[in-house]
Ligand binder design. Sequence first.
Ligand code: SF4
Length: 72
Amino acid sequence: MERCEFIEQCGFYQRFATKNSAAWRGLFDSYCCGRLVRYCERYRLYRSETVSFSDDMMPNGRNVPSAFKLLL
Ligand code: SF4
Protein backbone atom coordinates (compact mmCIF):
# COMPACT_ATOMS: atom_id res chain seq x y z
CA MET A 1 0.00 0.00 0.00
CA GLU A 2 1.34 3.41 -0.94
CA ARG A 3 1.12 6.28 1.46
CA CYS A 4 1.40 9.91 0.46
CA GLU A 5 4.64 11.46 1.68
CA PHE A 6 2.76 14.70 2.49
CA ILE A 7 0.06 13.12 4.60
CA GLU A 8 1.30 14.72 7.83
CA GLN A 9 1.31 18.23 6.41
CA CYS A 10 -1.70 17.97 4.11
CA GLY A 11 -4.41 20.32 5.39
CA PHE A 12 -7.10 18.44 3.51
CA TYR A 13 -6.15 15.11 5.04
CA GLN A 14 -5.66 16.54 8.51
CA ARG A 15 -9.00 18.29 8.36
CA PHE A 16 -11.12 15.47 6.97
CA ALA A 17 -9.32 12.24 7.88
CA THR A 18 -11.85 11.44 10.61
CA LYS A 19 -14.60 11.16 7.99
CA ASN A 20 -15.85 7.63 7.87
CA SER A 21 -18.45 7.36 5.13
CA ALA A 22 -17.74 5.19 2.10
CA ALA A 23 -17.31 8.20 -0.19
CA TRP A 24 -14.67 9.77 2.02
CA ARG A 25 -12.89 6.51 2.81
CA GLY A 26 -12.80 5.74 -0.91
CA LEU A 27 -11.12 9.06 -1.55
CA PHE A 28 -8.48 8.53 1.12
CA ASP A 29 -7.92 4.90 0.20
CA SER A 30 -7.51 5.78 -3.48
CA TYR A 31 -5.29 8.84 -3.16
CA CYS A 32 -3.74 9.32 0.27
CA CYS A 33 -3.11 5.65 0.99
CA GLY A 34 -3.49 4.25 -2.49
CA ARG A 35 -2.25 4.05 -6.02
CA LEU A 36 -3.61 7.38 -7.22
CA VAL A 37 -1.42 9.51 -4.99
CA ARG A 38 0.61 10.85 -7.91
CA TYR A 39 -2.57 12.02 -9.59
CA CYS A 40 -3.58 14.18 -6.63
CA GLU A 41 -3.51 17.89 -7.43
CA ARG A 42 -2.54 18.68 -3.86
CA TYR A 43 0.35 16.25 -4.07
CA ARG A 44 1.56 18.01 -7.20
CA LEU A 45 1.36 21.39 -5.50
CA TYR A 46 3.27 20.15 -2.43
CA ARG A 47 5.94 18.71 -4.69
CA SER A 48 6.28 22.01 -6.50
CA GLU A 49 6.55 23.67 -3.08
CA THR A 50 3.40 25.72 -3.54
CA VAL A 51 2.41 26.42 0.04
CA SER A 52 -0.66 28.59 -0.23
CA PHE A 53 -3.81 26.75 -1.17
CA SER A 54 -7.04 25.92 0.58
CA ASP A 55 -7.47 22.93 2.88
CA ASP A 56 -10.77 22.47 1.08
CA MET A 57 -9.11 21.58 -2.22
CA MET A 58 -9.72 17.94 -3.02
CA PRO A 59 -7.32 15.61 -4.84
CA ASN A 60 -9.16 16.44 -8.08
CA GLY A 61 -8.31 20.13 -7.64
CA ARG A 62 -11.86 21.25 -6.87
CA ASN A 63 -13.22 22.48 -3.56
CA VAL A 64 -15.16 20.03 -1.42
CA PRO A 65 -18.86 20.39 -2.33
CA SER A 66 -20.97 21.42 0.66
CA ALA A 67 -23.13 18.29 0.35
CA PHE A 68 -19.99 16.16 0.52
CA LYS A 69 -18.92 17.94 3.70
CA LEU A 70 -22.17 16.88 5.35
CA LEU A 71 -21.31 13.19 4.94
CA LEU A 72 -19.88 11.62 8.05
S1 SF4 B 1 -4.98 14.80 -0.40
FE1 SF4 B 1 -3.26 14.47 -1.80
S2 SF4 B 1 -1.52 15.56 -0.85
FE2 SF4 B 1 -3.08 15.26 0.71
S3 SF4 B 1 -2.51 13.37 1.77
FE3 SF4 B 1 -4.01 12.87 0.17
S4 SF4 B 1 -2.78 12.31 -1.63
FE4 SF4 B 1 -1.44 13.44 -0.20
